[in-house]
Design a protein around this ligand. Sequence first.
Ligand SMILES: [Zn+2]
Length: 494
Amino acid sequence: MRFLGLRSVSAMLCALIVLTGSVCITHAEEYYSGTPAKYVFLFIGDGMGIAQKMSTEAVTGEQLVFDDFPVQGITTTQANNRFIVGSAAAATAMSSGQITNIGMIGMSPNGKSVKTIAEMARDNGQKVGIVSSVSIDHATPAAFYAHVPKRSQYHYIDHALAASNFDYFAGGGLKDPKGTRKGIEARGNAVTAIKKAGYKIISNRSGFEKLSKSSGKVLAYNEWLQDSGATPYEIDRRTQDISLAEFTAKGIALLDNPEGFFLMVEGGKIDWACHANDAKAAVMDTVAFNNAVKEAVAFYKKHPNDTLIVVTGDHETGGMTLGFAGTKYESHFNVLDAQTVSFEKFTQEVMEPFKKAAHGKNTFEDIKPQITKYFGLKFEGNPKKDTMVLKPYEVAKLQEAFIQSMAGQLIKNNSPQAAILYGSYDPLVVAVTHTVNNKAGLAWTSFKHTGTPIVTSAIGVGAESFRNNYHQSEIAKKIMAVMGIAPAVSVASK
Ligand SMILES: [Zn+2]
């Protein structure tokens, strides 16, 4: 294996010492110092911890392509002001090297803009692409081109996109182009600004397929945006919907040029599925993410001496684990085979119409066939002979959740216990995914993120510097070094 001199720098951030009270461990940070890579890929599986990866491999029986990369490192994820990070602070750390506060995008804790590796690539005369399965102004993609104190300032982020001069934005849509959200000062329609900046806007498959190098700057999103401007969950994706792998492949084709490029791809709905504790949806979105990485690997094979691919997560979501008290040492991953829709699709297309039509008269009996149809859980039969048959205590759990679902907000808001049981989701839907997951031998501890470390995988130029154990902010600096830029946080000039 090629090993171009690694420079060891013993500089360490003790940012966490105050926060956690733990001992500050000093690592020797390692940066690449050889010939820079021309092509740099950063893949971020949002919410993708080691359990998300392992459950995907267990359910599909297939190894993730990045689990086979020659370099595997451990990445810690804490924010400046909270032990458990959020996507905005995590992505800012990974895009700029700056450890920042929760909710901040491309800014230091004192509100100064920090330059991102995507902006550095642009200023180096390289092309830049940003791809996400969620809205393109969501925290993770935004942290590569926007600088705002609050991640919810989508309108300002949309205008930052227009001003970025990046070459390729693709995946989900925009959340607030008109500036209609509370507390926002409208700056004019961002779509107009994006067009004025020279972007071609594409919102369907036929337009997407026609895109070529002569298209110029592009903003492309999928026609069906399922929830909050995001592309559909992979489990719900129809053939006419553009996959994350297709968005990635098109990005590579459009960005490929002699000066090189930087391409960030986010699998954003792994996180959303895990917030809702829906393992099957998370698994399928991890598969979609893996397929996107495969596109980069194919490119790497053609340009092995000029390419770096880094694959990581920003944090773990849901406190997912492989193992459950009820299944003891057993795992039944095939239980997930029967689930054919995401929690979101089931909520939107089954539960909501069911509740509306009910007028308080629909009973638990009426929803049973839908649970069987979409999740494979059976209300009749012998649970000892068929794993899919519900045990009496499982039926009781679903029945209790059904009462909560039909009661709506009233019970939910008045019951802290309901919040622990169901988060902010439809109680019956959560009870169903929990039951399916537990039968498979999978379990969850939270509807939020957790502080467990992440695995970072790397292949190509400078990959060796991604070994060992480091904070996620080091990912940005390690990438800067591979791009031939001094690895340090840089306050942007504008
Ligand atoms: Zn999240």
